[in-house]
Design a protein around this ligand. Structure first.
Ligand SMILES: [Zn+2]
Length: 394
């Protein structure tokens, strides 16, 4: 048996040995959902566990109070591999994206690696990365250089289909504000300028535009202000849109056309438009060499790995931004029946089911084994970096 294989078996055994602790942590996170930037209890729970198992933990990291960095070092100089933990929940829905599994699997993999790291060269970091659900925690951490010393990063997302190479959509957030003129809605409507109608026209314009968008484009919005009283012509109305596509250039083109819909609505109603664009998540560039290693490791423990489907539906993630700065992997692991939607009650239940618990152990093992591969073979790490450099420059 090779040394690498032996280390992998030790790491996997360590994950199984502490199985009850991982399930307890995942269940505690699930039962106490905290939304973006407010993950104080969740971060503390994870930091406590890492510390108890021998990690040096920095609480508050990369410009975020609820982020953390936990470190363990090997015998000599070598690459730094980061395992990312997300632990934010969705407003009202709770852990319907299964981030309790993401967090716990990265912690479990980290602790398992800590037990074998003495036989490896390099470092393992467990990075707590808050606010994935719309807050862009990793973007803030990137701005604060939290990924500077990292050679490769990975995390596993629970899903309804197992695959290691799925991409994600480039996205941005558009906020629209229309200012009209208030007047009595019954006695003097001719004196008003209706800001709400401008928002409604924008939605109708976008819906007409939709017919002519490529299949990967996604435009979806909500009305955040629609007036204050029915007997007043709304003088202020606002909406938010998320605009996404597989490639940043096309996402930007669609964004410009959505803005034109809003401008047209402003002209039609006479309401003044003000808009702001928040640059969003970049598309994910899965490192193919890491993906191959990960798939082989998963297959070795009996996980069936699929290719993404040709018309695979995708969301966006701030891991996309990380993947454009360091070689990254964001595999998906099925914990729910094929076809189960993310961000649903069914997925929330799956995240705490026996399948969810088994999934978190498999996710942890995949990360531990792949990290062992990367830390024990400098040539492999060089190839990962070469592929990254070639992908990013394209
Ligand atoms: Zn998620």
């Amino acid at each position: 048996m090779t040394h690498t294989l032996e280390l992998k078996q030790h790491a996997n055994a360590a994950i199984d040995e502490l199985r009850d602790e991982w399930i307890r942590i995942s269940s505690t996170l699930h039962a106490n959902p905290e939304i973006a930037f407010q993950e104080h209890q969740s971060a503390a729970l994870l930091c406590d566990a890492l510390e108890a198992h021998g990690f040096a933990v920095t609480r508050g990291y990369g410009g975020l109070e609820t982020a953390f960095c936990a470190e363990t070092k090997g015998a000599g100089e070598g690459p730094t591999i980061a395992l990312l933990a997300e632990y934010d929940a969705l407003p009202k829905l709770g852990h319907a994206c299964g981030h309790n599994i993401i967090a716990t699997s990265s912690i479990a993999a980290g602790v398992a690696l800590h037990k074998v790291i003495g036989e490896l060269a390099g470092r393992v970091l467990v990075l707590g990365t808050p606010a994935e659900e719309g807050g862009g925690g990793k973007l803030i951490m990137l701005e604060n250089n939290a990924f500077d010393s990292i050679d490769a990063a990975m995390m596993v997302h629970p899903a309804a289909w197992t695959m290691t190479t799925r991409a994600s959509l480039a996205s941005s957030r558009l906020t629209l504000e229309f200012t009209g003129l208030a007047s009595h809605a019954a006695a003097a409507p001719e004196d008003g300028l209706n800001a709400l109608e401008a928002v409604i026209l924008t939605f109708n314009g976008v819906n007409a535009l939709r017919l002519h968008l490529k299949p990967d484009a996604r435009v979806h919005g909500i009305i955040t202000h629609g007036g204050t009283a029915v007997n007043i012509i709304p003088e202020y109305a606002a909406a938010q849109f998320s605009v996404r596509a597989a490639r940043p250039a096309y996402a930007d083109e669609v964004l410009q056309r959505v803005i034109q819909c809003a401008e047209a609505a402003g002209i039609a109603t006479g309401a003044q438009l003000k808009y702001t664009v928040k640059p969003g998540y970049k598309n994910m560039l899965p490192n193919q060499i890491m993906a191959r290693l990960f798939a082989e490791n998963w297959q070795a423990i009996g996980v069936e790995v699929h290719d993404p489907r040709p018309n695979e539906r995708m969301g966006s993630t701030d891991m996309g931004n990380v993947s454009q700065v360091v070689p990254s992997l964001h595999p998906y692991l099925a914990i729910a029946p094929d076809g189960t939607a993310g961000h649903s009650i069914e997925f929330r239940e799956a995240s705490i089911s026996p399948n969810g618990h088994e999934g978190l152990l498999k996710a942890a093992k995949g990360m531990a084994m792949t990290t062992i591969d990367l830390l024990s073979d400098p040539q492999l790490m060089r190839a990962v970096k070469q592929e990254f450099a070639a992908t990013v420059s394209n």
